[in-house]
Design a protein around this ligand. Structure first.
Ligand code: ATP
Ligand code: MG
Length: 397
């Protein structure tokens, strides 16, 4: 996790004020979403800082009392799903003189040619309205710095939020991921391969509020466990600041071997996938998941044509979600770089699906034909084998 560099003025900050985006629209359920967000923030900050996470009207306030904000706190919070933006702030009592002093502390030593004051007054008992505060503090900052006011494109924005018997002054804000807090939209099981796509698919589901567990099939005993180590790294990267994540690995080599010996070459990959779906579903149900998630992208490879996706999915009884279905490879690569999984995903690994990969996989398979091919296998026994041999893999944090 790349730390956000804290500027000198933030040494004076004793609070973080955060805004949430879509959460604000959630009507009657809003307090449940807020409570979940506050819990997730507490988890993300765990052991890094002594603070209290408090609710204000439309905002969350992380209160460090009299202490400065610890080094990594802002960085940690910018990764929490549901957070729209994060502002290190100096909290003072809602009194004009105290607000002036707070502004002076934050602005001192900072250099900018233009600025704007943006006041939001949630506390209507404050004696001045927001325009009056903007004018007063604007004059004060102008005299102090000689900078000019520019309301359209200011070099520095100074935000003053007067809320519930507190005033918060901030000069910088950082974007969070947006979306909804993890855990407020149910639980899903992501099939993670060690490639570029599936970690991005998991990230997108977390961003929409899902808790994610991860299932990885590997070709033991025919390949090394290197692919598992790579998946562990990816899952850890995706789960920074999130508790209770599970990675379950399923030895798949013997099952693949049986498919290879009993069925024609062109359908192998599709049968591997069907078996993965069948095994994954049983585990997902045991774990309380309501859907499977894959990194499949329409027409990316032969196994992902529309008819092949249908032929794989026909054995599923829970929804198979494909959040990347309509994306281009370059868009997925850009997103993987942004979320920090790209580099690990590019390391070479033994892909379990390249295990005895056919030279000419079928691109247009019907459900009925694949059913016929699959009936050459003892499906129930193979599914049972996968479930019996699964291992829960410990994560390092
Ligand atoms: P990725 O799609 O993750 O970049 P990939 O392109 O090598 O990897 P595909 O062959 O495109 O993988 O597989 C499509 C999807 O099937 C993956 O996104 C993943 O959800 C699932 N999948 C493939 N192989 C595995 C595996 N070994 N374990 C778990 N899921 C897998
Ligand atoms: Mg792929």
């Amino acid at each position: 996790m790349e730390p956000i560099e804290m500027k000198k003025e933030n040494a004076h900050c004793n609070a973080i004020l955060l805004h949430y985006g879509e959460l604000a629209l959630k009507g009657d359920n809003r307090h449940l979403f807020e409570a979940r967000l506050m819990r997730n923030i507490t988890t993300a900050l765990h052991e890094k800082s002594a603070c209290a996470v408090r609710r204000l009207p439309g905002r969350i306030w992380i209160d460090f009392a009299e202490s400065p904000i610890p080094e990594m706190a802002v960085t940690c919070i910018t990764r929490v799903f549901g957070v729209a933006n994060v502002a290190p702030a100096l909290r003072v009592d809602p009194d004009l003189e105290k607000i002036r002093q707070a502004v002076a502390l934050l602005v001192e030593g900072d250099s900018f040619a233009s600025f704007a004051i943006r006041t939001r007054r949630g506390e209507k008992t404050f004696p001045m309205n927001s325009v009056e505060v903007n004018c007063d503090i604007g004059r004060f900052v102008g005299e102090m710095t000689q900078a000019r006011v520019d309301l359209d494109r200011p070099e520095r924005e100074i935000a003053i939020e007067i809320l519930d018997r507190h005033a918060f002054v901030s000069t910088r804000r950082f974007a969070g991921p947006g979306g909804l807090p993890v855990g407020c939209a149910g639980k899903v099981a992501c099939l993670i391969s060690g490639g570029i796509d599936s970690p991005v698919a998991a990230w997108r589901m977390m961003k929409r509020g899902c808790s994610v567990i991860y299932l990885h099939f590997f070709s033991a005993p025919f390949t090394s466990r290197a692919s598992v180590e790579k998946v562990v790294d990816l899952v850890e990267q995706l789960s920074i600041g999130i508790k209770g994540v599970n990675l379950i690995v399923i030895p798949f080599g013997e099952i693949q071997k049986e498919i290879v010996t009993k069925t024609p070459e062109e359908v192998r990959i599709l049968l591997y996938r069907r078996l993965m779906v069948r095994i994954a579903e049983v585990i997902a149900r045991e774990e309380g998941c309501e859907a499977l998630v894959t990194g499949e992208v329409l027409s990316q490879v032969a196994s992902q044509t529309l008819s092949n996706l249908a032929a794989i999915e026909s054995v599923a009884t829970m929804p198979v979600l494909r959040p990347l279905l309509g994306m281009d490879k370059q868009e997925i690569v850009d997103e993987a770089k942004r979320i920090g999984t790209f580099q690990t995903a590019c390391e070479p690994h033994d892909d379990c699906c390249s295990f005895l990969v056919p030279t000419h996989p079928a691109t247009k398979m019907s459900i009925e034909k694949l059913d016929r091919m699959e009936s050459m296998l003892d499906v129930a026994r193979l599914v049972q084998k996968g479930i019996t041999e699964k291992e829960v893999h410990a994560l390092r944090h």
